[in-house]
Design a protein around this ligand. Structure first.
Ligand SMILES: Cc1cc2nc3c(=O)[nH]c(=O)nc-3n(C[C@H](O)[C@H](O)[C@H](O)COP(=O)(O)OP(=O)(O)OC[C@H]3O[C@@H](n4cnc5c(N)ncnc54)[C@H](O)[C@@H]3O)c2cc1C
Length: 327
C-alpha cells in the first residue's frame, strides 16, 4: 500500500464499557466528556475525522442486550440507539478519550450528555476504520458545522507548522466560537447560522494556495451545495475533497415525522447503523440516489413489532421494498 496517498485502514470493532472521568463545558452548547477505564486499553483512532458509535439503551431490554457478552452492533434482537461521534482526543498514556457533544436538546445522545455525571458509564463501539490523510498537502480547507468541530479541531491540532488552513465553521451564535490550537498557519471564519450565508461566504473566499485538501461536514443537502461551490467556483480537485453528512442542526428543522409505520415481528427492515426513523429517511434518500447499497446500510430482522417514523416529505414515495414489510 502506498502510504503517501489518502488511504483507509480498518480496525477490529470492539464494544467497550467506559467510565465518565470528567465533564467540562467548552461553550454554552458544547460539552466535553472525558472517558476512561480499563476497557479503553487498545483503542485506536488514527484519523482526525474517525467516528465511533456511542450506544444509548432506551429501555431495560436494550440495556440487558448491551450488557450481554453476545451483544453485537450488527446482531439481531434489541439494539440500543447508536450515534456517531468523533474521538476528539485519545491519550493512551493517561488512558483518556475526549468526546465533544453538541447539546441540542433532543435525542438520546444529547440528553445523555446533558444529564451526565462523573462515574456514569457509556458503551462505545469502533472506530471501524480510519481515513489516513498523509502529510502531503500544502494547505487545507475545512468546512463544517458544530458537529464537525471535534474533527476540525483535532485535525488542526495534528497539523504541523508550515501548512496553511482556512477553516469555515457554521455555529448557532457567537458564543459557540471555540479557541482552536494548531502549529499550522490557520485562519478561521465563523459563520453564524440564520445571520450569515455559508454558501455565499464560501463563494467569496479565496482558498489557500498549493496542493489543497478539502473537508466538508454539514447536513446532507448543505454538504452537497458546499461541494458544488468548491468544485465549480473554486475548481478544487475532487480527488482531494472529502464530504460527510452530519445530520446536525439544519436537519433538525426537517425532522417532522410525516408517517408512522408499524412493522411486524419477523419482517426485515433496512436501516443504517442506528435503525432509527432518521435512518429510514436516509435510506429513502440513498435509494433515490441509487447508492444506498454501498453506504452503511444493513438489514435487520425484527424480533418484535416495531414502529418507525418515516421522515419523508412525501410518504407516497416510500419504496415498495419498505412498505411491503409494513403491517
Ligand atoms: C461521522 C460523524 C461524526 C460526528 N461527530 C460528532 C461529534 O463529535 N459531536 C457531536 O455533537 N455530533 C457529532 N456528529 C453528529 C451526531 O451524530 C448527530 O448530531 C446525532 O444526531 C446526535 O444524536 P442525538 O441522539 O443527540 O439526536 P437524534 O436522536 O439523532 O436527533 C434528535 C433530533 O435532534 C436533531 N439534531 C441532531 N443533531 C443536532 C444538532 N447537532 N443540532 C441541532 N439539532 C440536532 C435531529 O435532527 C432530530 O430532530 C457526528 C456525525 C457524524 C456522521
Amino acid at each position: 500500500m502506498n502510504t503517501q496517498t489518502i488511504h483507509r485502514v480498518t480496525h477490529e470493532i470492539k464494544r467497550r464499557r467506559l467510565e465518565v472521568l470528567r465533564v467540562m463545558d467548552i461553550t454554552p452548547r458544547m460539552r466535553r466528556i472525558t472517558l476512561g477505564g480499563p476497557e479503553l486499553a487498545g483503542f485506536v483512532s488514527l484519523g482526525s475525522d474517525d467516528h465511533i458509535k456511542l450506544l444509548f439503551p432506551q429501555n431495560a431490554a436494550e440495556q440487558a442486550a448491551l450488557e450481554s457478552p453476545a451483544f453485537s452492533i450488527k446482531g439481531d434482537g434489541p439494539q440500543p440507539a447508536m450515534r456517531d461521534y468523533t474521538p476528539r482526543r485519545y491519550d493512551p498514556s493517561s488512558g483518556e478519550l475526549d468526546i465533544d457533544f453538541v447539546l441540542h436538546g433532543d435525542g438520546p445522545a444529547s440528553t445523555w450528555a446533558e444529564q451526565v455525571q462523573v462515574g456514569q458509564h457509556l458503551y462505545i463501539g469502533g472506530p471501524r476504520g480510519s481515513m489516513i490523510v498523509p502529510d502531503i498537502f500544502d494547505s487545507y480547507w475545512l468546512i463544517g458545522d458544530e458537529t464537525a468541530l471535534p474533527a476540525i479541531g483535532r485535525r488542526l491540532e495534528e497539523l504541523p507548522a508550515g501548512r496553511k488552513v482556512l477553516a469555515v465553521i457554521e455555529i448557532a451564535n457567537a458564543a459557540e466560537q471555540q479557541t482552536l490550537h494548531s502549529a499550522a498557519d490557520v485562519e478561521v471564519v465563523w459563520v453564524i447560522r440564520g445571520q450569515d450565508d455559508l454558501i455565499e461566504t464560501l463563494r467569496h473566499l479565496t482558498p489557500p494556495s498549493g496542493l489543497l485538501y478539502c473537508f466538508v461536514a454539514t447536513e446532507t443537502k448543505l454538504s452537497r451545495q458546499v461541494r458544488r461551490v468548491l468544485l465549480d467556483t473554486h475548481k478544487v480537485n475532487e480527488e482531494y475533497l472529502k464530504a460527510w453528512a452530519t445530520g446536525g442542526p439544519r436537519a433538525a428543522k426537517k425532522s417532522k415525522p410525516s408517517k408512522t409505520l408499524k412493522i411486524n415481528c419477523g419482517s426485515w427492515l433496512a436501516c443504517d447503523s442506528g435503525g432509527s426513523g432518521t435512518s429510514f429517511c436516509l435510506i429513502h434518500r440513498y435509494r433515490r440516489q441509487a447508492s444506498f447499497h454501498n453506504y452503511r446500510t444493513r438489514f435487520r430482522k425484527l424480533s418484535r413489532p416495531t414502529t418507525i417514523n418515516a421522515i419523508t416529505t412525501n410518504p407516497a414515495k416510500i419504496p415498495p421494498a419498505f412498505t411491503n414489510t409494513c403491517g
